[in-house]
Ligand binder design. Sequence first.
Ligand code: NAD
Length: 294
Amino acid sequence: MQPAISVLGMGRMGAALAHALIKAGHPTTVWNRTPARAAPLAAAGAEVAASVRNAVAASQITIVNVSDYQATQGLLRDKEVAGALAGKLIIELTSGTPDGAREAHGWAQRQGARYLDGAILATPDFIGTEAGTLLVSGPSGVFEEGRAVLAALGGNVQFIGEDPGLANALDSAVLALMWGALFGTLQAIAVARAEAIDLGVVAKQWTATAPVIDGLVSDLIRRSADKRYAADSETLSSVSPHYGAFRHLVELMEARGIDRTITDGYEAIFRRAIDAGHLHDDFASMSLFMKRPA
Ligand code: NAD
């Protein structure tokens, strides 16, 4: 018999989590602020709790997935609910900051509850599939307790470390990578539109260029880890050719009236690195200039 699980929050993600738990055979209790959103889960076999306290009392493990930590606090930091959490495991899968997770872990400990913090690196359609990725941090013994339940939510559950803030920290780092690509794509679309290039042609070039970019990204991470900033025989590209090509993009954007908010940020970082003498160093030397200037 699988352990009973309660899930708070039946938004897009919370509903997907609850469906995956039901599918894996866990007796599942759900709660949502607007009860109507829990109805499809009831049809799928979940119990619908009338209150947060009842939901928490129904299981040894409560998964929370609401919009943000403030919403979680509004639900859990109630005397009755907190009392019902004593001796139980909270798995917080709402997105948040590393410090938010650390604070929540401390609060849970003071209530006599165990706590894991998870970041979901997947859209709801990936939940319950082999490709579903969840990053989890918190005490390793507690992770072992939650491991089987987490495995029902995705085939790629990764324990990131004992510090409860680490899952959110890594999540933010990966999202920074993602938004780099997505905002870069917005710029590519703007340039293509300004120059009447069919977006299908841009899509084709992305497919052709993606392996090159993938190689550059992996190389940048590797060289930064090794602090190999000076150009050497393995350098793929120094700062100089990047900056030259970047200036062509800026000129084109300026001429076509394309917003330069993003490129102005790139320019500032290029300038700091070049002014500090890194023009002919490996592009990885740019990683030294990502702190806010004093
Ligand atoms: P959603 O907007 O569909 O659902 C939000 C849920 O939070 C709803 O159930 C709503 O009732 C609840 N909620 C909001 N404020 C509340 C409050 N004050 N009290 C009680 N309940 C409250 O959002 P979602 O897509 O399901 O995302 C939920 C969480 O999962 C977020 O933290 C999000 O960052 C994270 N996440 C979502 C995705 C995704 O692709 N949708 C991917 C990774 C992580």
